[in-house]
Design a protein around this ligand. Structure first.
Ligand SMILES: [Zn+2]
Ligand SMILES: [Zn+2]
Length: 267
């Protein structure tokens, strides 16, 4: 029996990340077709969960960040029976990023007693991340005005070091500014990120920091230099109770395309 079979939770939130879609659906990214693996993951999500309240994509939607890449993403997601949101990653292009999330402000999505706050950590022309002062002030304000809400904060870049030299150079560079805000409140339960193409979990100040696998290629955990991992793509499910309790699991998805060659030196 997996967590998915347990019906006692009020809300199901799904996180996907790092789809790295190309401008044409038949092109490969690091010798894998990211479009196909993205669709495989979404189809598996539909099979695994009877009901999904919201899906959040934590960035790097596109590897080739042009209008038609995002148009295809949006068209596919609009066929799904649940609302979906996304935050930009370092590979995304703000000027054609879907919907209203081009603005540099914190967005708040309510799920009963829970609230999902989306932050933009992508900085034009940079691989590493930074959350603007303006968004940190908005976050502080939201946490102050919703003290009874259980809060999930999501941004693309990882605030916690992954103990992987190359990827930690590209982390959220002002993580301490974010931690400063979070530590002033006691209603933040979870911080979600993408970017690292691997699953991780860290506890700090009663906050669970979680990263989630990519729907495409995976990076090798604890690697000094860039290296791919043979782990399957996946997604994260979060099961939330209105009383503030939650459970989470990472689900790996078997692909309908051959295993990738991990002997590659960069991307
Ligand atoms: Zn990525
Ligand atoms: Zn990234």
């Amino acid at each position: 029996m997996t967590l998915r079979d347990t019906p006692q939770y009020d809300w199901t939130l799904i996180q996907i990340s790092d789809t790295h879609l190309m401008d044409q659906e038949d092109l490969e990214f690091v010798r894998m077709n990211p479009e196909q693996s993205f669709h495989d993951v979404i189809q598996q999500i539909q099979l695994n969960h009877h009901h999904i309240d919201t899906l959040v994509h934590t960035g790097d939607l596109a590897q080739v960040p042009v209008e038609r890449t995002y148009a295809r993403y949006r068209e596919y997601m609009q066929q799904q029976p649940f609302p979906f949101y996304q935050i930009p990653g370092n590979h995304d292009e703000a000027s054609c990023f879907p919907f209203h999330q081009q603005e540099d402000r914190a967005h708040c999505i309510a799920l009963g007693n829970w609230c999902l706050i989306l932050l933009n950590s992508a900085v034009k022309g940079k691989v590493d991340g930074w959350v603007s002062q303006q968004q940190l002030e908005q976050l502080d304000q939201l946490l102050t005005t919703h003290p009874q809400q259980h809060i999930i904060v999501a941004c693309h870049h990882h605030p916690f070091a992954m103990q992987s030299h190359w990827i930690d150079q590209h982390k959220l560079k002002n993580a301490e500014h974010l931690m400063d805000v979070l530590s002033r409140h006691d209603n933040v339960k979870i911080v979600l990120c993408g970017h690292v193409h691997q699953d991780s979990s860290n506890q700090w100040h009663n906050i669970q920091f979680l990263s989630t696998p990519s729907t495409s290629v995976q990076f090798k955990p604890h690697s000094e230099n860039f290296a791919l991992d043979e782990a399957l793509p996946g997604y994260r499910a979060l099961y939330l109770n209105d009383n503030g309790e939650f459970k989470t699991e990472v689900v790996r998805v078997k692909l309908k395309q051959p295993q990738i060659n991990v002997e590659i030196s960069g991307y």
